[in-house]
Design a protein around this ligand. Structure first.
Ligand SMILES: Nc1ncnc2c1ncn2[C@@H]1O[C@H](COP(=O)(O)OP(=O)(O)OP(=O)(O)O)[C@@H](O)[C@H]1O
Length: 346
């Protein structure tokens, strides 16, 4: 894939025309630090109730984008809106429309969860009469009610993350931006976090979630944007990005007898096209085939193997995941930068 390839989800008719349902929109958003381009003409849109998985390696430009979206930084050019509000010109209004949870939890000594939320409710300007009810609501949504009398400092990391979400929900923003919410969570806490985020989307909140834990992210997001080196490399529905970036499927042929693995691999090697890849998994009775053949062709392959007295115990697809897509994009990004360096040197 080259650097400009974008897997863009088919848009339902009229969605991004006048009366657009996009809640978050960026157009050619660019940020330079001196000569360095941290973000290069980023254009994305996220609809109401969607969860955008915003991914990229360290230094890709994710935080730079988020800082612009939440009104903490101004773009060099381009623009961004949330619920139609300009992220740069109307930063006060933006702060009401967005809840932002950074990857680090602040230190709040000697505050119980209830007091902590009350403090932030006051910061958000909620009238005292409404605070109690709103705090009860956000604690309920984030499953924090049982810990309301505990000191924030005494909570586990997973519990603190949930309190963090409760905090950014207090002013009932339309958009929630969460930086690495699953980082450092144990499996149980991850499951709880996943359920909360899916529930928030079902309530109509629009979520932007960054994460380096891609298998986890792919379980919640329906839209993906992949950035490398400040450039958008892929954007669209999870399905369309996966199809675009991982067009080849991987199949495994599990043999009953390890001694037959090489024999099976040799036969498949003669059967396959040049661009398909056969690998014998060392020390295992397993042969792997990367292919884009039809199911019928694969059924023929299996029959041929069996006809040749190769004892196939299992023939199965290895599903691609977001990590494969990510690797394919970051590799393409590396190739591009090598090509750019070569161009600059010549
Ligand atoms: N204030 C600044 N001055 C100069 N360069 C900056 C500044 N802020 C960010 N950068 C650079 O911009 C690039 C993008 O940084 P950014 O923090 O947006 O990346 P990221 O995708 O959030 O990375 P990570 O996953 O590590 O948080 C990096 O090369 C970073 O060093």
């Amino acid at each position: 894939m080259n650097s400009t390839t974008q897997a863009v989800a088919p848009e339902p008719a009229g969605v991004h025309a006048a009366g657009s349902s996009a809640v978050v929109q960026t157009h050619e958003l660019t940020k330079r630090f001196g000569d360095f381009v941290a973000l290069d003409r980023l254009s994305i849109s996220v609809d109401r109730g969607q969860i955008l998985g915003f991914i990229g390696p360290n230094g890709a430009g994710k935080t730079t984008t988020i800082r612009i979206l939440v009104g903490l930084s101004k773009p060099t050019s381009g623009h961004a809106t949330i619920s139609g509000i300009d992220c740069t010109g109307q930063s006060k209004k933006i702060k009401r429309a967005v809840g932002y949870m950074p990857d680090k939890f602040g230190v709040y000594d000697n505050m119980r969860v209830r007091e902590y939320l009350d403090f932030f409710a006051a910061v958000y300007g909620l009238p005292p009469r409404q605070r109690k009810q709103r705090i009860a609501e956000v604690m309920d949504t984030t499953n924090c009610t049982y810990m309301q009398d505990k000191f924030v400092e005494s909570l586990s990391h997973g519990m603190q993350q949930r309190v963090g979400i409760a905090r950014i929900m207090l002013h009932d923003p339309e958009v929630l931006i969460l930086d690495e919410p699953a980082n450092g969570l144990d499996p149980q806490a991850r499951i709880e976090m996943r359920e909360i985020l899916l529930n928030l989307a079902a309530m109509g909140k629009t979520l932007i979630v960054t994460s380096h834990i891609l298998p986890e992210l792919s379980r919640i997001c329906n839209t993906v944007a992949i950035l490398t080196g400040g450039k958008l490399r892929a954007f669209g529905s999870l399905d369309s990005v996966m199809k675009e970036l991982c067009p080849r499927q991987t199949f495994e042929v599990q043999l009953l007898d390890q001694a037959q693995a090489q024999q099976a691999a040799d036969w498949i090697e003669g059967w396959k096209d040049d661009d398909e890849i056969v690998t014998v998994m060392t020390g295992q009775s397993l042969v792997r085939l990367e292919t884009n053949r039809t199911e019928r062709a694969l059924a023929d392959l299996l029959r041929e193997l069996v006809t040749r007295d190769i004892h196939v115990a299992q023939f199965r697809e290895v599903p691609s995941d977001l990590e494969d897509a990510f690797v394919s994009v970051t590799r393409a990004g590396d190739d591009d930068s090598v090509a750019d360096d070569a161009k600059a040197a010549s």
